[in-house]
Design a protein around this ligand. Structure first.
Ligand code: ADP
Ligand code: MG
Length: 382
């Protein structure tokens, strides 16, 4: 949506002179379910955005209009409590409320927002909203929070207001993204190391299955619990291990991890290792190697971590024998959402046609395809 449309929407409802902010969605090249295990991921911000027009008001209320849903939130500043679990209002209430908790003297805020990040596709539409609003408030209140503090505020909003126990990758990618670059992110130390993504005649392509199985949320929580349980057992012999990030392969057998806990721990150790290897591949311009790691990541997510689903497996399986595809894997939490493919650019059109018919036949649903560019993180614009 253009700035003019956003401005017009704002003017039709509110009085002040708005400032404009945008925050991108993100992909994750490799490293899934490692973030909450204090491990490594490799995200990048993409040119799909949550966009906000914001100004202060004098009525001590938070007023937010969602253009896309055609809904409005109006709430007094002294009533900033979470609403029903899945409502979009919580992202705004949460961020503003946490600014108050952190010592900022609140004023009323008017806001209009829109986003072209598909919801629930694994591109972090919610993080884009929270990061955008946190960044905007930081500028407007001249609060002086660092970018990492804004990431914390956005993550806390997910935990406490949206009740989603996410890690900090999504917010970090949205805030810190750099044009043309992916970055290896250490979710524990928060160290970032950026790498230009030189794909030559290849591209990254997202294939959205357009499904979100109901299992996603419970399975996510179960996986987190399993990882914690595995850590507890490992700690009996290795007290220095505080998360699976610290675990090593030999410990799994030594402490006798079994069944699901063994598989989950193996996956996390292997996936962290793959992110480190992927970084080397990027440095050496080894796209075949990178693609190979993507296949392996999918296999692990599907067979050891068990967070894939028939639709995601179908797409990855169908890419296996195509010489123009170097790698493919499910991306994100799982049980639906997107696959990310490393594909020869000239073959994209043909691939879309090739996969759509059998996918539609198998699942009675149309996949969607997204091409994208890697962009800078959250910013004010005009
Ligand atoms: P994702 O993986 O895309 O972040 P989430 O379930 O975490 O999925 O967040 C999606 C939620 O974010 C939606 O249910 C809605 O509350 C909010 N949201 C995302 N995009 C929009 C939008 N364009 N307009 C209003 N709310 C939105
Ligand atoms: Mg989200």
């Amino acid at each position: 949506m253009s700035l003019n449309v956003l401005k017009k929407e704002f003017d039709s409802r509110f009085e002040g002179q708005p400032r404009f902010f945008k925050s991108p969605g993100r992909i994750n090249l490799i490293g899934d379910h490692t973030d909450y295990n204090d491990g490594f991921v490799m995200p990048a911000a993409i040119n799909r955005y949550a966009q906000l027009a914001v100004s202060f008001n004098t009525v001590k209320r938070l007023n937010v209009r969602s253009i896309d849903l055609n809904e409005i939130l109006e709430i007094d500043l002294n009533q900033l409590q979470a609403k029903a679990k899945s409502s979009w209002e919580n992202y705004f209430i949460g961020v503003l409320s946490i600014f108050g908790e952190r010592g900022i003297k609140l004023k009323g805020v008017d806001c209009v927002f829109t986003s072209d990040i598909p919801v629930g596709a694994g591109l972090s539409s919610s993080a884009a909203i929270t990061c955008c609003f946190a960044f905007a408030l930081n500028e407007m209140f001249e609060a002086g929070f660092t970018k990492n503090e804004l990431v914390d505020i956005a993550q806390q909003t997910e935990h406490r207001f949206a009740q989603v126990m996410c890690g900090n990758m999504d917010q970090t990618a949205s805030v810190f993204g750099k044009v043309g670059q992916v970055f290896k992110f250490d979710c524990r130390s928060r160290e970032t190391s950026f790498h230009s993504l030189n794909l030559n005649d290849s591209s990254l392509l997202l294939v959205d299955t357009k499904v979100k199985h109901a299992l996603a949320e419970t399975a996510y929580n179960t996986r987190r619990e399993e990882c914690e349980a595995a850590v507890k057992l490992i700690q009996q012999s290795y007290p220095e291990v505080s998360s699976l990030r610290d675990a090593e392969y030999h410990m799994i057998n030594e402490v006798g991890l079994k069944d699901n806990l063994k598989l989950r721990a193996e996956f996390v150790i292997e996936e962290n290792d793959r992110v480190t290897k992927a970084e080397l591949c990027l440095d050496q311009n080894d796209l075949d190697g990178l693609g190979e790691l993507m296949w392996e990541s999918h296999k692990g997510l599907s067979q050891k971590y068990k967070v894939s689903c028939p639709e995601l497996d179908f797409i990855v399986q169908h890419t296996k024998n195509l010489s123009y595809i170097k790698g493919a894997r499910m991306m994100g939490g799982g049980f639906g959402g997107c696959c990310i493919l490393l594909i020869q650019s000239s073959a994209i059109m043909g691939f879309k046609e090739l996969i759509t018919t059998p996918f539609t036949k198998a699942f009675d649903a149309q996949p969607e395809f997204y091409q994208f560019e890697l962009v800078d993180g959250t910013q004010e614009y005009s």
